[in-house]
Design a protein around this ligand. Structure first.
Ligand SMILES: [Zn+2]
Length: 268
């Protein structure tokens, strides 16, 4: 499932489109268009150029503009959400080269930009102006890469929740998914079900620092890397052990999500 580092990777993919006008929008499956029709997408975007993309948590925004000048607040944006299985990639643009799950293809002078998605849980939204874009993003909390310690603590500590559940909530802090949260808690040596109200000053500092360092280490790889020195690299193997202490890792469900932790490094 795409998390902050994956979406940051898609932002780099999209950045290659900056300045290039959309020559055509091919929609082979309108099931990924949210609150807009194929005709609306085509009519609103064809002829406009991609601007500099930006990301908030797991959202990716492509502001559009008339070629040769900057984006204006009354011009549209395409807002991407990758759900469980979405990706954004450049395709060769040759006949018959398209993948069956390429739901929307933007044909540009830089090539064909494909939104590929197996399960179609989310998709593409069309914001006709910046105010509509702000509305789409309104329920999303500050980005996990950028949030400061005080804001982080204030938001997570404001409700009585388990720390994993709080970190997973996109309206609290945005961009963290199941793999990152397990990785961050393992690095911070916190048990996933620890109530946020039980965290001391040092715990908050430590958790915030580990969140940032984990996110920043993952971003260049465009995913949560399954390195053997990371908990993520051990989570899918039978009989796997903690990369730090060698203790067999434990598995359970927290907030309905498969959760992996080390009973020695992260005592409850
Ligand atoms: Zn351990």
């Amino acid at each position: 499932m795409p998390e902050l580092p994956d979406v940051e990777g898609f932002r780099r993919v999209l950045r290659r489109a900056a300045g290039h006008p959309v020559e055509a929008v091919d929609v082979s499956d309108a099931g990924v268009l949210r609150d807009a029709s194929t005709a609306d997408f085509r009519r609103s975007l064809t002829g406009l150029a991609f601007g500099t993309p930006r990301r908030l948590g797991k959202w990716l925004v492509a502001p559009m503009h008339a070629p040769g000048r900057r984006h204006r607040t009354d011009e549209p944006s395409v807002v991407f959400h990758f759900g469980m299985t979405g990706e954004l990639l450049w395709c060769p643009g040759e006949p018959d080269s398209r993948h069956p799950h390429d739901r929307v293809v933007f044909v540009t002078g830089a090539g064909e930009l494909c939104f590929r998605d197996l399960r179609k849980l989310q998709g593409l939204r069309l914001a006709h102006e910046d105010a509509a874009c702000d509305e789409i993003l309104a329920g999303t909390g500050p980005d996990a890469e950028a949030i400061g310690l005080e804001d982080f603590r204030g938001r997570l500590g404001a409700t009585r929740r388990q720390v994993k559940t709080a970190l997973m909530d996109q309206s609290t802090v945005a961009g963290l998914g199941n793999l990152l949260v397990d990785e961050i808690l393992w690095r911070a040596r916190l048990h996933p079900t620890t109530p946020t109200r039980a965290l001391a000053d040092d715990d908050w500092r430590h958790l915030h620092r580990r969140m940032r360092s984990t996110v920043r280490a993952a971003i260049p790889t465009g995913r949560v890397p399954p390195r053997s020195s990371w908990l993520t690299g051990r989570r899918d193997q039978d009989g796997s052990t903690c990369p730090r202490c060698g203790t067999p890792v434990r598995r359970t469900r927290v907030g309905g999500r498969a959760t992996v932790w080390c009973p020695r490094c992260q005592p409850s």
